[in-house]
Design a protein around this ligand. Structure first.
Ligand SMILES: NC(=O)N[C@@H](CC(=O)O)C(=O)O
Ligand SMILES: [Zn+2]
Length: 404
């Protein structure tokens, strides 16, 4: 297949100023991640906008949405514009800042949502991720506010009163290991409440990192009732289970926690039937001091950008149409990223990635572009390798290496 490009846009044959021959590789629209933690400003030792952009491009992404739990928190126009500008300077993927819902993620007062929406960063997704927007009145107000510009509130669904001291999924393994559990109902009770609030307000709600079979069922019913809810699942929740906590290796510590095989199967089914709209990485880099310590003291979170596509291929098979929808078209639509997620045809921006589906590669934590090394896939042999990535017709990854 040949892709003809002019001024960063795909054009008809004969109109091009450059030509990309895909050879034997699979061409996918540039992947879009709705849930990336870039750690800048504040924890540039764990990740920067530049290092995270490199990881994203290598993973086949052309756009990432940067979560707001930085330091300072991205709760003002000033901070979201800073992150946006850093993304442009890095120039490897479009970095779309997510704004905080509440000031300082403290859950007490609404942040300046309108100023962030009107800023140069044009924020449309708001989230207190890492924390749940717990106060139902604040959640209602936030939904009402973003409805005006068809924005969306992305909820980290966790009832904090049910997860105090939680270290892992509450179940047979937590009982065996003697660790305090995070029960499925802590996630499900917030999702149930919030789909009802979204229905009441008529605004868009997005559920971050869905992890339980019960959550899938609640979202399925909400969608059947016409409620405007979308949902994401992470690669790790599609593959890994709570027994891994038995190793006491903090690389497996994550929020929400790894669940049971039954949950994994329900998440896969929900992703296939469209109940779950997208795969989002929840790329959560952490410095060694925060991760290579005792389980109880380790921060939750795992890397995801450089392995997401391979895990998707592993879980879904080489179903390119499904992968293009769940990892590009649907997340671009949810985040209102008009220049991403389009099919590769004339008129679309030349954002795409070329994948060798036959290649297999071994995950080496220190071989990744991320500044952190907390991948749960160390040593695993994964299918599918990103060979080239293009952003507006410019090559960001060439032969598996970033161009800047
Ligand atoms: N997922 C995690 O375990 N951690 C995330 C926060 C979050 O996504 O909830 C982080 O910022 O490290
Ligand atoms: Zn979260």
């Amino acid at each position: 297949m040949k892709i003809y490009i002019r001024d960063g846009v795909i054009v008809e044959k004969g109109q091009e100023d450059r030509l990309v021959d895909t050879g034997g590789l699979v061409a996918l629209p540039g992947l879009v991640d709705l849930h990336t933690h870039l750690r800048e400003p504040g924890r540039e030792d764990a990740e920067t906008v530049l290092s995270g952009s490199r990881a994203a491009a290598l993973g086949g992404f052309t756009a990432v949405c940067a979560m707001a739990n930085t330091s300072p928190v991205a709760d003002t126009a000033g901070v979201v514009e800073q992150v946006y500008r850093l993304g442009q300077e890095a120039g490897l993927v479009d970095v779309q800042p997510i704004g905080a819902v509440t000031v300082g993620l403290a859950g007490e007062r609404l942040a300046e949502l309108g100023a962030m929406a009107d800023s140069r960063a044009r924020v449309r997704v708001f989230s207190d991720d890492g924390h749940c927007v717990h106060d139902p009145r604040l959640m209602r107000r936030a939904l009402e506010y973003v409805k005006a510009f068809d924005g969306v509130i992305a909820q980290h669904a966790e009832e904090p009163r049910l997860t105090e001291g939680a270290q892992m999924h509450e179940g047979t393994e937590s009982a065996r290991l003697g660790l305090t559990g995070w029960p499925a109902v802590a996630e499900e009770s917030i999702i149930a409440r919030d789909v009802l609030l979204a229905a009441h307000v008529g605004a868009r709600l997005h559920i971050c990192h869905v992890s339980t079979a019960g959550s899938v069922e609640i979202i399925r019913q909400a969608k059947a009732r016409g409620i405007r809810v979308t949902a994401e699942v992470t690669p790790h929740h599609l593959l890994l289970t709570h027994e891994l906590a038995g190793s006491y290796d903090p690389v497996y510590k994550v929020n929400p926690p790894l669940r049971t095989e039954r949950d994994v199967n329900a998440l896969r089914e929900g992703l296939r039937d469209g109940t779950i709209d997208i795969i989002a990485t929840d790329h959560a880099p952490h410095a060694a001091e925060d991760k290579e310590c005792e389980w109880a003291y380790a921060r939750p979170g795992m890397l995801g950008l450089e392995t997401a596509l391979s895990i998707a291929i592993h879980v879904l098979g080489q179903d390119w149409e499904l992968i293009a929808d769940r990892m590009s078209a649907a997340p671009a639509r949810i985040a209102q990223l008009a220049n991403h997620g389009q099919p590769l045809r004339p008129g679309s921006p030349a954002n795409f990635t070329l994948v060798d589906p036959a290649a297999r590669w071994t995950v080496e934590p220190h071989g990744l572009a991320s500044l952190s090394h907390n991948t749960p896939y160390a040593g695993m042999v994964l299918p599918g390798r990103v060979v080239h990535t293009y952003l507006r017709g410019e090559q960001t990854v060439a032969d598996g290496k970033v161009t800047k």
